[in-house]
Design a protein around this ligand. Structure first.
Ligand SMILES: [Zn+2]
Length: 307
């Protein structure tokens, strides 16, 4: 543990350099530990599924409230800290329960102005909770920037900020679960852009336009609230689809928003919300994107498939 320290102290190369002391590692530095179930960790539900005991080797027994029922075989248990709260995260394995076929498939465009648009023309707006939270976070950030570092006030503001972000995360995750469930229930196949391809950053750029003061700061905040969401939404959707026997197709995102879904011609985009095809004229940008995604995934234009 002290090896690095003594290496630095013993360095006599002539150069003056600051020697760091070994860092004291307070409990705050350890914020998550993963255990494989059975191997030093187990979960015992008590009280009719409202709470239970998680037992970890070398840590001991932890009583935990249950936020969702623990279904299936427990694979891993994770002890995690967020701010001053501790969580037990339980990953389980369940057998997929296939949903009845619907004969429908859909392409989905994830956006900033709207959360998503489907190739059927269905729109899921961004949840309203974002607006209220964005204002509160912006306000707290301003106050924290003015607070004296290390002061009690600064610490309180930091905690208040962490709390707001935690709230956003919970609300967003809940919204993602509901939205994903609705898509999975009504479609046999769902196509989305593959978020791991990095042209996403290019397509996300310039899509946030908030009028008023502090445009840049607000846009940045909007983006960090929303962006964090797409990857999570996709993985929630993939997991739900898998356990319902549905198919998710991830397509390459290149130019899905700018090519006309009817003729493939390259469109112009005079405004954020429309693209203009030289032949077909004005098209809703997100709907056009969703239809291109459906086509690229081999799902037609997302209408009910004539089998
Ligand atoms: Zn066209």
């Amino acid at each position: 543990m002290f090896a690095a320290y003594f290496r630095r102290v013993g360095d006599v190369s002539g150069k003056r350099r600051r020697v760091g002391y070994p860092r004291f590692k307070p409990y705050q530095r350890f914020d998550q530990v993963l255990f494989v179930a059975g191997d030093g960790a187990r979960w015992e539900p008590v009280g009719g599924g409202r709470w239970g005991y998680a037992t970890f080797q070398a840590v001991g027994q932890v009583k935990a409230n249950q936020h969702r029922p623990v279904l299936g075989r427990v694979k891993t248990l994770q002890l995690k800290r967020e701010g001053r709260r501790w969580y037990v995260i339980i990953v389980t394995e369940t057998e997929p329960v296939p949903l009845p076929p619907t004969g429908r498939s859909v392409g989905v465009d994830l956006g900033v102005a709207r959360f998503l648009t489907t190739s059927d023309g269905e729109i899921v707006a961004n949840p309203r909770f974002l607006d209220a939270t964005r204002e509160r976070i912006a306000d707290l950030q301003r106050r924290k920037a003015r607070a004296r570092p290390g002061s009690g006030n600064c610490r309180r503001l930091r905690r208040a900020l962490a709390k707001e972000w935690r709230k956003v995360r919970y609300q967003r995750r809940d919204f993602h679960h509901k939205t994903a469930r609705a898509l999975v229930e009504s479609n046999d196949a769902i196509a989305l852009e593959d978020l791991h391809v990095d042209s996403l950053t290019a397509s996300a750029r310039g899509t946030v336009e908030v009028p008023g003061r502090n445009v840049a700061a607000k846009a940045g905040l909007n983006r960090s609230i929303l962006d964090a969401g797409w990857g999570q939404f996709t993985s929630i959707l993939v997991a739900k689809a898998e356990s319902a026997g549905r198919r998710v197709v991830l397509v390459h995102p290149a130019s899905t928003s700018i090519d006309c879904h009817l003729c493939g011609a390259s469109c112009t985009r005079p405004r954020q919300d429309i693209v203009v095809c030289p032949i077909h004229g004005d098209l809703d940008a997100d709907l056009n994107g969703a239809r291109n995604i459906a086509t690229r995934a081999g799902l037609g234009s997302g209408q009910a498939s004539a089998a």
